[in-house]
Design a protein around this ligand. Structure first.
Ligand SMILES: C[S@@+](CC[C@H](N)C(=O)[O-])C[C@H]1O[C@@H](n2cnc3c(N)ncnc32)[C@H](O)[C@@H]1O
Length: 270
């Protein structure tokens, strides 16, 4: 069946599991791709994707089946923990090198890395003289292109972004809001696949791997988390989504900071 081909493709290329209960999702997302490509049906899209020379159509199908839902300061509490606990501790620990590396590993349209950048600018002005890298990566290149623009619709800035930060860090352009060049320059965006690019995970002090593991099966999720552990500094911190856990108690220790939880590598593991 053609939908099986799509299921296998998306699982192989992105680690995303789409069981048969998700057929409606495959059909509706591919109908959009068919429309955009000027094709009559989703079968035509699949036929194109299956043609060996058409890896870009394959990628388009995979990207269409990612879910890019995100908001500024999503769930709020992780950003409070970042501000109250994680950054102050790491600033003490890194006082000699004055270097901080933050990775937003499934950054979607950019709200997550820009929320991190705003947190740093608002609360830690002394970091201006440090070498701070916020690396934002995602599998979906079309989504990354949007993130790089830093251009958001009213409905997007209404979700999670306090009005004071909107007026301070964005300017209005027609119906949209555009992020300030200063904040934009704090974030490096790059295409990166958590499942197929395991050999090149970036070293980091803080990893945001939020609301992406939920799409993977357990072995894939655990492989990603073990690999993050290898590149995370021994005193580094991992943030996951609100409904996600590590299921790797020997590798990570859960830390509760007020209303948020994050993870630290266990000393014994490596
Ligand atoms: C629901 S969004 C989460 C965005 C943000 N981290 C948040 O919590 O709001 C999930 C993102 O994961 C990306 N994604 C899915 N599979 C991926 C993979 N194998 N490698 C990298 N990114 C992936 C999707 O493209 C999508 O943008």
């Amino acid at each position: 069946m053609t939908l099986n081909y799509v299921r296998n493709l998306v699982r192989q290329r992105a680690g995303i599991v789409l069981d048969e209960g998700k057929d409606y999702l495959i059909e509706s997302r591919l109908a959009t791709v068919a429309h955009e490509m000027g094709l009559a049906s989703i079968e035509d899209v699949i036929a194109r994707a299956r043609t060996p020379a058409n890896t870009n159509v394959e990628s388009r199908v995979v990207e269409a089946l990612t879910t890019n839902e995100t908001t500024f300061f999503r769930d709020m509490y992780p950003f409070e923990a970042l501000r109250e606990t994680v950054i102050p501790q790491l600033m003490k620990a890194r006082a000699a090198t004055r270097t901080l590396r933050i990775w937003s590993a499934a950054s979607s349209t950019g709200q997550e890395p820009y929320s991190i950048a705003m947190t740093l600018r608002e609360h830690f002005p002394e970091l201006k003289s440090w070498r701070v890298r916020i690396l934002a990566t995602d599998l979906a290149e079309g989504i990354l292109d949007r993130a790089k623009l830093g251009r958001y619709r009213q409905i997007e800035v209404n979700r999670g972004l306090p009005a004071s930060l909107l007026v301070k860090y964005f300017t209005r352009d027609g119906n949209d809001w555009v992020i300030s060049p200063e904040l934009r320059a704090m974030v490096d965006f790059s295409a990166f696949n958590l499942v197929t690019d395991m050999a090149r995970y970036p070293a980091c002090d803080i990893a945001f791997v939020r609301n992406v593991l939920i799409y993977f099966d357990l072995p894939t999720k655990q492989a990603v988390l073990r690999r993050v552990r290898e590149v995370l500094a021994p005193d580094g911190v991992l943030f996951l989504g609100g409904t996600e856990g590590t299921t790797l108690d020997d590798v990570y220790e859960r830390v509760v900071a007020d209303k948020a939880a994050f993870y630290r590598p266990r000393k014994s593991a490596r």
